[in-house]
Design a binder for this molecule. Structure first.
Ligand code: HAS
Ligand code: CU
Length: 533
């Protein structure tokens, strides 16, 4: 799973460079042998990184976290291999059709843009790969419960399980969209499709998918980083509550991606806007509780004064530095998320470059730079080889963080000056109309180049480490001690029973999405497909 993830990061990152350069008027696409257009490249960039790289990593990492948490193997090695095979097959089909110029529909594949059916089949395989891991988790939990009657689920295994419980429910939206509507439509089995219903089913999944990407990083920030910095979890119960609230609130808020959709009522938008704000809580709790754990560790290492603990953290460890930097950047990612969620302001930033500015701070760094940081111990652990090029790995962490801040500054400023997103704007007739776009787009291009240099450093360190260039080493999976800082010996029973939280989640989904889908049914399957590339 890790090697598949790294291959996808390399391909997706390469097209990220071409996208950033295009912003500054350097159009690589006409000279490329395969991918000939900005929209083809953008689709490849988004699908490879947002849909394939993230799940290839999550599938492998969450299985590892459950094994380490339970101190036992997963129930089925066959299901693990099946998940890998499905993930690899899905990536090849989806990206192959994009490269064959059959699917320039962007990673959200909004109908009525219509791709080749094989593209949709690739996405189906990718989602089913995550279901194979989820099924394996369920079987493993049941076996563990039989072997350990009455024991509380270890936090690392609990967090791993909750991530995919939430994701499984969330994925049902896009499963219905593709299997019931879009795939039969692309095969000609259905005469038309209903773009608004498709979009709403997509965003039923499209918002919580970001937490299926983020929560593996939270598994590391809560249960591994404390060990790596020489500290402890701030509060075991608070961490469990955060993952349960992510289950409860991740899904019923997807309409915040559709504030400008004519087909959804103002009331429904207002309800989901309020729920989106409520949903800010588990991440703010994470900010304070993870920071409390770090501060405690920094002070134990001699940190004095209000902020002295920060410099005492082991910044010389590339795995720690990458993840601490990803947390700091995520503070900005969260702030821009709150701006997006503010209905009135969203009307200003929606569909502008502000949005990619937001999500390169979130999935592009909080997630991607955390995956990189985790890999700095995970690949040595899996291969038994020492990490090669520690100074390069440190340089990689800092250049990624600096690069994304420059990149996002360019995108966010341009977005506030109305630069449209997902548009080959640099080669458009109207780009000279807004002079400020030139400087902002230059920043985006510079930031993109710096991030690409960082990505190359990462892949270099990984290839050399996998090749054993730095010799052998025994590396353990960092796992925080069970005793947390708040020494809350008493476990809170409601935090240990996932079932009632799943029921509450389903009820909240019915309340929040019931009226939305009721207003969109029965479907108007009237729209033909458009291939505009
Ligand atoms: Fe978002 C659009 C709102 C989080 C990804 N988002 C997107 C899109 C993507 C995306 C990909 O409301 C574009 C989709 C498309 O193509 O159209 N987003 C939010 C909100 C949050 C949020 C409220 N987004 C994410 C995460 C993502 C992600 C996470 C990926 C992983 N987003 C939106 C909205 C839109 C949107 C609208 C639609 C815009 C439009 O109009 O199209 C929240 O979950 C954010 C909460 C986060 C925080 C930050 C907590 C900080 C932490 C770090 C702590 C720091 C420490 C420092 C510990 C409150 C936990 C340590 C100290 C040291 C010294 C190191
Ligand atoms: Cu969202």
């Amino acid at each position: 799973h890790m090697y598949l993830a790294f291959g996808l990061l390399a391909i997706g990152g390469l097209f990220g460079l071409f996208q950033a350069l295009q912003r500054a008027g350097v159009d690589m696409y006409p000279s490329l042998p395969v991918v000939q257009s900005y929209y083809q490249g953008l689709t490849l960039h988004g699908v490879a990184l947002a849909l394939e790289f993230t799940f290839a990593f999550s599938n492998g990492f969450l299985a590892l976290a459950m094994m380490r948490g339970f101190r036992r193997p997963m129930a089925s090695t066959l299901l693990l291999w099946l998940a890998f095979g499905l993930g690899l097959g899905g990536a090849l089909l989806a990206m192959g059709t994009i490269a064959a110029n059959q699917a320039s529909v962007l990673f959200t594949f909004y109908p009525p843009l219509q791709a080749n059916p094989i593209f949709y089949c690739g996405l189906v395989l990718t989602v089913v790969s995550t279901w194979a891991v989820f099924a394996n988790q369920i079987l493993t939990v049941r076996q563990w419960r039989r072997e350990s009657p009455g024991r509380r689920m270890p936090l690392m295994a609990f967090a791993s399980l909750l991530t995919y419980v939430m994701w499984f429910i969330a994925s049902l939206g896009v499963a219905v969209e593709v299997l019931v509507f879009v795939l039969p439509w692309s095969l000609g089995v259905l005469p038309g499709t209903d773009p608004e219903l498709d979009r709403t089913l997509f965003w039923f999944t499209g918002h919580p998918i970001v937490y299926a990407w983020l929560l593996p990083a939270y598994v590391s920030w809560y249960t591994m980083i404390p060990r790596q910095v020489g500290g402890r979890v701030f509060s075991d119960s608070l961490a469990r509550l955060v993952f349960l609230v992510f289950l409860l609130l991740s899904i019923p808020i997807g309409v915040h991606h559709q504030f400008e959709d004519a087909g959804i009522s103002e009331e429904q938008k207002a309800i989901q806007a309020v729920l989106t704000f409520a949903f800010f809580t588990p991440s703010v709790v994470t900010a304070f509780s993870v920071m409390a754990g770090l501060e405690n560790a920094g002070r134990a290492r001699g940190g004095r004064g209000l902020l002295g603990w920060i410099t005492r953290l082991p910044w010389g460890d590339p795995s720690v530095a990458a993840q601490l930097l990803s947390m700091l950047v995520f503070l900005l990612g969260g702030a821009t998320g709150l701006i997006n969620a503010s209905y009135d302001v969203n009307l200003v930033v929606h569909n502008t470059a502000f949005i990619p500015g937001h999500f390169h701070l979130t999935v592009g760094t909080a997630v991607a730079l955390s995956i990189i940081g985790i890999s700095y111990w995970l690949i040595p652990y899996l291969t038994g080889n020492a990490l090669w090029g520690r100074p390069l790995a440190l340089a990689q962490a800092w250049t990624w963080a600096i690069g994304v801040l420059i990149f996002s500054r360019g995108q966010i400023a341009a977005g506030l000056a109305d630069l449209p997103r997902r548009t080959a704007v640099a080669t458009s007739a109207y780009v000279p109309l807004v002079p400020s776009w030139a400087f902002d787009n230059l920043l985006t291009a510079i930031g993109g180049v710096v991030m690409t240099i960082s990505g190359v450093l990462f892949l270099l360190v990984m290839v050399a480490t996998i090749g054993g260039a730095a010799g052998r080493a025994v590396v353990e999976i960092p796992i925080a001690a069970e005793e947390d800082l708040s020494e809350s010996r008493t476990s809170i029973p409601v935090l240990d029973r996932v079932g009632p939280w799943v029921v509450a989640t389903l009820l909240l989904i019915v309340v929040s999405y019931g009226p939305v889908f009721a207003s969109l049914l029965p479907p108007n399957l009237t729209s033909p497909g458009f291939k505009v590339w």
